[in-house]
Design a protein around this ligand. Structure first.
Ligand code: CMX
Ligand code: CO
Length: 142
């Protein structure tokens, strides 16, 4: 069951400058940074709030590490902006399987590693009315 907005993924050209914008404008601080080479991103997670299911909601700021990555290609075509939305669930395997059964393309056969040791998968944007949609189980949930 999807129980929260885990994060909103925002593509940017310069992670440090974008982090500084969110700090100076809203007061949001960096909770975590990492490089995920499989996804081709350098990222910063800004924690916005805790949620009643024990998870949290974040902004995920994403800078590509290579031009041929998902975020690199998207930035070249669209410029900066909202790249994807991620729903949180205690059981990404079950939710991905259920959603696949409804005819929506799930991009990975098995969930992969996402931010902060989470397990993630994606739904194809063309099957989701134009929204690239991620499903996340946080590390403490699996
Ligand atoms: N949101 C909405 N539509 C998108 C999109 C996005 N983020 N990315 C691509 N599309 C659309 C394109 O506009 C294009 O549409 P048209 O054919 O109408 O022009 C179509 O999808 C195909 O796009 P493409 O540029 O040819 O790109 P690919 O098919 O190679 O890749 C996708 C698209 C979704 C399969 C790829 O981006 C992907 O695998 N995404 C999942 C992984 C990811 O995004 N990782 C980065 C984030 C990591 C994290 O959150 O931790
Ligand atoms: Co994400």
């Amino acid at each position: 069951m999807l129980t929260r907005i885990d994060h909103i993924g925002i593509a940017c050209f310069d992670l440090d400058r974008t982090v500084e914008f969110y700090r100076a404008t809203y007061g949001f601080e960096v909770h975590h940074t990492e490089v995920n080479e499989e996804q081709g991103v350098r990222e910063a997670m800004l924690r916005i709030n805790g949620t009643s299911d024990g998870g949290a909601s974040y902004l995920q700021l994403l800078e590509p590490t290579r031009e041929d990555s998902a975020v690199g290609k998207w930035l070249a075509k669209n410029g900066e902006g909202v790249h994807h939305i991620a729903f949180g669930t205690a059981d990404v395997d079950q939710d991905a399987s259920d959603i696949r059964g409804k005819g929506v393309r799930v991009l990975y056969d098995e969930p992969r590693t996402g931010s902060m040791g989470s397990r993630i998968t994606f739904l194809h944007p063309k099957d989701c009315h134009g929204v690239l949609t991620e499903l996340v189980t946080a590390r403490d949930e699996h």
